[in-house]
Design a protein around this ligand. Structure first.
Ligand code: A2P
Length: 347
């Protein structure tokens, strides 16, 4: 790995930004300097980094000179505005927002699934949606082995997917309800405490939500295979961390549940946790802070010829966001790609 890198986290005061700093430190990312950026509101405040802390700097268009990699998690609007300035200054962006994911100029990368897509990057690389990441870590080995025709997925997504304000809303509403107060809905349109909302992100013309269509479109882009058909229902549940997914898969060739367990247990980034007799299956409360994508409840779908059901759980803030972004940065270093080409389309 090359050294002497300066790395920035943009959105460093947020739930994902803090996890990014933690992940960079834990994985000993080869940076000589790490800088933290957020809005003017937070400039001068401190965020933890390793044993110490970093002083938060205000994000401005001209801050990127001398920064090699900037990992963004400050919302789509910030990424849309600032990522091109970073690329123009020769700083490679790994962006966690949805702003650049479906842009043909930007690779959309899960290091266990399609690291080769980094090779032609133009300076902005997109981190996929959290629900897409954990689903595809589990689906890629199956697609390679037996071909995936169709996926029907239902998600059970944690409030941390909405950032710090989602975490605070659930906390506050639980406290209000236990104290006999009417809970106020500030972040979600309805109460999230002791409720389930079949609604994540905005509704689109086809009556799906944007989150659901992200899972459809990002899957095709990452697998580079439009023949894979996906349909999704995304729900927000009153869980702080870790998304769970029920995934039904129709494959081209037959694969048994036993063969699937063996295949997935040998695949990168996956932990098969599946023993119904011993009541072993993955659950959000037990996957917090964990790197792997957990897969359990693997069963053959008896209603079709070549079908499987499985249950996938991963920490959405970690593998679904911070860890995947840091793994992309590590892969850039490994492939000697920490540079923006002179011919970048973002110039
Ligand atoms: P700030 O704390 O200064 O508002 P979360 O998703 O957990 O809410 O975090 C969002 C992150 O994005 C925070 O670090 C927030 O900083 C940052 N952010 C939001 N808007 C901007 C902006 N215009 N410029 C820079 N950072 C921003």
């Amino acid at each position: 790995m090359s050294q002497n890198l300066t790395v920035a986290v943009v959105g460093a005061t947020g739930a994902v930004g803090r996890e990014m700093l933690k992940t960079l430190h834990e994985r000993k990312f080869p940076a000589t300097q790490v800088r933290a950026f957020a809005s003017a509101r937070s400039a001068g405040s401190k965020v933890p980094f390793g044993e110490g802390e970093l002083t938060v700097e205000e994000l401005k268009e001209d801050v990127f000179a001398g920064i090699d990699i900037a990992i963004f998690s400050a919302g789509g609007a910030t990424s849309t505005t600032f990522a091109p300035h970073a690329a123009q200054a020769g700083c490679v962006v790994v962006d966690n927002s949805a702003a650049w994911r479906m842009d043909d100029r930007c690779p959309l990368v899960i290091p266990e699934v399609n690291p080769h897509a980094l090779d032609k990057h133009q300076g902005i690389i997109a981190n996929p949606n959290c629900s897409t990441i954990q689903m595809l870590v589990a689906l890629k080995p199956l697609h390679d082995a037996v071909g995936i025709k169709r996926v029907v997925v239902s998600t059970y997504q944690a409030v941390s997917g909405t950032g710090q304000k989602g975490i605070e809303e659930l906390e506050r509403q639980v406290r209000d309800l236990f104290n006999g107060r009417d809970p106020e809905n500030k972040t979600y349109p309805y109460r999230i405490a002791f409720n389930v909302l079949p609604h994540i992100d905005v509704f689109l013309d086809n009556d799906y939500t944007k989150e659901e269509m992200k899972m459809v479109n990002e899957t095709v882009k990452i697998l580079e295979d439009p023949s894979v058909r996906v349909t999704a229902t995304c729900a927000r549940v009153p869980v702080f961390f870790c998304h769970a997914e029920s995934v039904n898969i129709e494959t081209v060739k037959k694969i048994t549940a036993k063969e699937t367990r063996i295949l997935l247990s040998q695949a990168p980034g996956i932990k098969v946790f599946d023993n119904p007799r011993e009541l072993l299956y993955p659950m959000p409360a037990y996957c917090i802070g964990e790197d792997p994508t957990y897969v359990g409840r693997i069963r053959e779908d008896e209603s079709i010829e070549n079908g499987l059901n499985m249950w996938i759980v991963a920490d959405n803030v970690r593998k679904g966001a911070a860890l995947n972004a840091v793994q992309i940065a590590e892969e850039l270093v490994r492939r000697d790609l920490v540079r923006v080409p002179d011919t970048t389309v973002f110039a």
